[in-house]
Design a protein around this ligand. Structure first.
Ligand SMILES: Nc1ncnc2c1ncn2[C@@H]1O[C@H](COP(=O)(O)OP(=O)(O)OP(=O)(O)O)[C@@H](O)[C@H]1O
Length: 879
């Protein structure tokens, strides 16, 4: 017998257990308490059993070994599980004591190292059901940061990954493991530098695969556990191949846990692929309802054109509540969010959708968590797993694509023993959904709208749009986006685009005229063709009834090709995950320019790479090429079409068929290119076109370029001289610095000139003020002089007649006098100048003064010195 236990006489100290753990990692125990938590075969002949009332380890012969089992019925608290103190402390500090049903049934199995496929209603505590085993698994192995990646947790959306990460931080805070969140939308390089030190990695699939492909030092060879949260959603979102690729990169010997509130066939397929002898735990399988018992669920049927008014009226009557409103597309959220903000219903409104930048998404998420009363307009990115506290209402403004989506959306309320209400708005044509819900054990009841409480907001919307062109465009996009989402829905029993009241819907959005929708026009034109096709081609069976055979072929080729590009390698490019993430909501390609650039970058990368897994240029180009009949307006929508179609598998292709179709090359003529501005600009740059210049000449014959405007610079255009091709960054930098200096110098000069001008003006103003003062003083003097003659004041009649006076002068002097008088008049003669004309006749001094003083001083426009000069000159010429 070579068991170490023999030498310890059935006793085991912590040091011994450490040695044992190192020698046999299958053996699991808590080193702190020396407590064996699960039993495995230690040596062929012995197993070790720990009795909780003693610290002895007892060897039993194999013959009497029984698998370690937990009696589930005896477990009510987390502390009933053999958990480490650190985990228990973390749970207690986060106020988790009693276990929920799914936790009760799965934690024990997972602690024994079994693969588990767990399903339970929304809000039933699945997150802890896998986080507790995650912590314990690494703890028992005494995992340290130097051991690298031990656990991978994959979530379908960034928000859910973020939330899981937060719970992990909370309950695992007493452990020493490092945990990381890798969800895209952040700097890949920054992540790559840190990823190797992470023990528990919470991530979204696309970003993870990207690191697997691109981060040289990243590996998962020692991975102990893989967790797939909301596994069905991961697959729905088109991550099946990504998942396969990830799983291929993981060691075969590992434990796998897979959780979701709903189970689909694809999850079972995934389970078959990734789980080994799994334990299926479906805690609510036999429950009467598949939704929480505390959730009250109703639906109303109303016309499409009434929906906005219904929503407004609903919000007006729930101002103190916390609600989430689900829409089918991002553009609807964008438009209605803006409109509702303007309508001011009296409650704060937030919007969450995939077109927002990651930071904004996080902000909105946190803000909504914090608020007591608010309404969140969201797409289905918020439908799964998100645990907003105390949500009172979930309103499904647009019918969900299927019963599972309904369950997840509605499950954002009534979580963990809380109450909640869900309201589904259905169009008369969507009533078939009720049956599907009932089949899925969702108890929904019809309620009616109280017409008296309905507030019509259509007129207000019309006036908003009349004033705001941008809003009008958003309304148009919202319109097209909604119609398209209905058109592309898989379930034609529920979603029938031909039954939608199109013009009325446009009016209800505030639009006077319904925007043109090409696919609808086609559909209306070709109803018979479609009928023939659907009968002839039962295998393909397009869901969109308007398509002709050619169109089907064309789109199918495009679809498969795009799928294959993404699956082969396109999806491995940076940020693709974000797009796929987003595709859930049709919105899911980013409108923002940076994402446009991101896409361009991806294409450039794909171009540059020779790796077979990456798409070649033409393939990559085709990511953006969509048959035109599927386009409504802009490039963003091309992607939206693609992603939506991918999600819904419009043609109902099975995998086999897809594969054969992938080999088919779509005929070139079948794929019409939509020329984008970016593509145009690139073409122009490639061909080295020079833009037109407008050149004029100055009078001196100097050449002046008028357009494009030239920046003045002290530096000669060095780049033009530099013919080496490409951009010399260092030189460019130098040149910019030089130009910078030059600009600063110019700026300084201008400022100086301005100051000088200001100073001169001030001086001038001072002079003026002085002059006015002097004038006032002279006037005073004059009055004083006259006051000597007459105490009662100045009597002009006492003055000698100026004409008489003038006639008494000799003719020469009269001419001169006239000259002076005229000049003075013209120049706005100043009083001070009186002294200058004293010589004209001493006896006339006061009289002249009085006469001139009555003149309005004129502004000569000359300076004082110049005025004086002029007068002197005149006097000189007179003498
Ligand atoms: N044992 C527990 N004791 C108290 N609260 C718990 C317990 N387990 C979970 N909760 C709380 O219940 C809520 C729902 O938990 P969780 O998000 O894990 O549910 P879920 O089953 O994953 O839901 P979904 O299917 O919607 O993702 C959370 O607020 C969580 O804090």
């Amino acid at each position: 017998m070579d068991s170490p236990l023999e030498s310890s006489e059935n006793k085991c100290s912590p040091a011994d257990t450490l040695i044992l753990a190192k020698r046999n990692p299958l053996w699991t125990f808590d080193l702190q308490s020396s407590k064996v938590i699960s039993l495995r075969w230690f040596k062929p002949l012995f197993v070790v059993i720990y009795y909780s009332n003693s610290r002895n380890f007892i060897q039993r012969p194999r013959s009497i070994w029984k698998p370690w089992e937990i009696n589930v019925n005896e477990i009510t608290r987390f502390s009933d599980f053999p958990l480490s103190k650190k985990t228990l402390k973390g749970l207690q500090e986060a106020q988790y004591r009693l276990v929920t049903e799914i936790q009760k049934q799965t934690i024990g199995l997972a602690l024994q190292g079994k693969d588990v496929l767990g399903a339970a209603k929304t809000g039933s505590g699945k997150t802890l059901a896998f986080l507790v085993p995650v912590l314990e698994a690494l703890y028992r192995l005494q995992w340290t940061s130097t051991d690298g990646l031990g656990v991978l947790i994959i979530s379908p959306t960034r928000e859910l990954a973020y939330q899981t990460f937060e719970v992990l931080r909370k309950v695992g805070k007493n452990h020493d493991f490092s945990a990381g969140l890798i969800i895209g939308g952040k700097d890949l390089k920054h992540e790559a530098e840190r990823i190797n030190n992470i023990n528990i990695l919470v991530c979204t699939p696309g970003r993870l695969l990207q690191h697997m492909d691109e981060t040289v030092s990243f590996h998962a060879t020692d991975l102990q556990m893989l967790v797939l949260d909301e596994a069905d959603r991961i697959l729905d979102m088109g991550f099946a191949d990504t998942m396969n690729a990830i799983i291929e990169n993981l060691p075969k010997k590992r434990q796998t846990l897979l959780f979701s509130a709903t189970q689909t066939k694809s999850v079972k397929d995934l389970a078959r692929l990734s789980l080994k002898d799994p334990e299926y735990v479906w805690v609510h399988e036999k429950a009467k309802y598949s939704t929480p018992a505390t959730l009250e669920q109703n639906y109303i049927v109303c016309e499409l054109q009434q929906k906005i008014s219904v929503l407004y009226s609903f919000l007006r009557s729930h101002l103190k509540k916390k609600s989430i409103v689900f829409f089918s597309s991002c553009k609807e959220v964008q438009y209605l969010y803006r409109v509702f903000c303007r309508l001011r219903p009296g409650i704060s409104i937030l919007a969450l959708h995939g077109r927002q930048q990651q930071m904004r998404r996080m902000e909105v998420y946190n803000e909504f968590v914090r608020k007591r009363a608010a309404v969140l307009f969201a797409t289905d990115i918020a439908a799964r797993g998100l645990d907003f506290p105390a949500v009172n209402w979930v309103l499904q403004f647009d019918c969900p694509e299927d019963a599972n989506t309904y369950i997840h959306r509605a499950g954002r309320t009534a979580r963990y023993k809380e109450d909640g209400e869900a309201l589904l708005i259905l169009l008369p044509s969507e009533k078939a959904m009720v049956q599907q819900l009932l089949q899925k054990k969702v108890p929904v009841k019809e309620i009616k709208i109280n017409p008296e409480k309905l507030i019509d907001v259509q007129k207000k919307l019309e006036s908003f749009l009349a004033q705001d062109q941008d809003l009008k465009e958003r309304a148009q996009r919202c319109f097209v986006s909604y119609i398209r989402s209905v058109y592309l829905m898989k379930d034609k029993e529920v979603f029938d685009v031909s039954k939608l009241p199109i013009p009325e819907y446009a009016l209800s959005l505030g639009l006077a005229v319904a925007p043109r929708i090409r696919f609808l026009q086609k559909m209306q034109k070709q109803p018979t063709k479609e009928l023939v096709m659907s009968q002839a081609d039962k295998v393909i069976e397009p869901r969109a009834p308007s398509l002709t055979n050619d169109e089907v072929e064309e789109f199918r080729a495009y679809f498969n090709e795009k799928m294959s590009i993404l699956q082969k390698g396109g999806k491995r490019l940076e940020g693709t995950e974000h797009r796929l993430d987003n595709d859930t909501d049709d919105e899911e390609q980013d409108e923002e320019e940076d994402n446009e650039e991101e896409m361009e970058e991806k294409l450039a990368k794909a171009k540059g790479s020779q790796a077979p897994s990456l798409p070649n240029t033409s393939e990559a180009q085709k990511i953006k090429e969509v048959p035109t009949q599927f386009l409504d307006r802009d490039e963003e929508e091309e992607d939206a079409d693609f992603l939506k179609v991918k999600r819904h598998n419009v043609f109902g292709l099975d995998l086999k068929e897809e594969k054969t179709l992938q080999k088919k090359e779509p005929s070139k003529s079948s794929i019409k290119k939509k020329v984008t501005k970016v593509a145009e600009a690139k073409k122009v740059m490639k061909r080295n076109f020079k833009v037109n210049k407008k050149i004029t000449f100055t009078d001196e014959g100097e050449l002046v370029q008028q357009w494009p405007q030239m920046q003045k610079s002290a530096i000669k255009d060095a780049e033009e001289d530099d013919d080496t091709g490409g951009i010399n960054l260092d030189k460019a930098k130098e040149r910019l610095e030089e130009e910078d200096k030059f600009d600063k110098e110019e700026y300084r000069k201008k400022i100086k000139a301005k100051h000088r001008e200001k100073r001169l003006k001030e001086r001038e103003a001072r002079r003026e003020a002085n002059k006015r003062q002097a004038k006032a003083k002279d006037e005073e003097e004059a009055f004083l002089d006259w006051s000597d003659d007459d105490d009662d004041g100045f009597d002009p009649s006492t003055l000698p007649d100026p004409d008489k006076y003038r006639s008494s002068e000799d003719s020469d002097s009269e001419d001169m006098e006239n000259k002076i008088s005229d000049t003075k008049k013209q120049q706005g003669m100043k009083k001070r100048n009186n002294s200058d004309v004293e010589d004209v006749g001493p006896s006339s001094r006061n009289r002249k003064k009085a006469k001139w003083d009555t003149l309005e001083p004129l502004d000569t426009g000359l300076s004082l010195a110049e005025d004086e000069e002029l007068v002197l000159h005149l006097l000189r010429s007179q003498s």
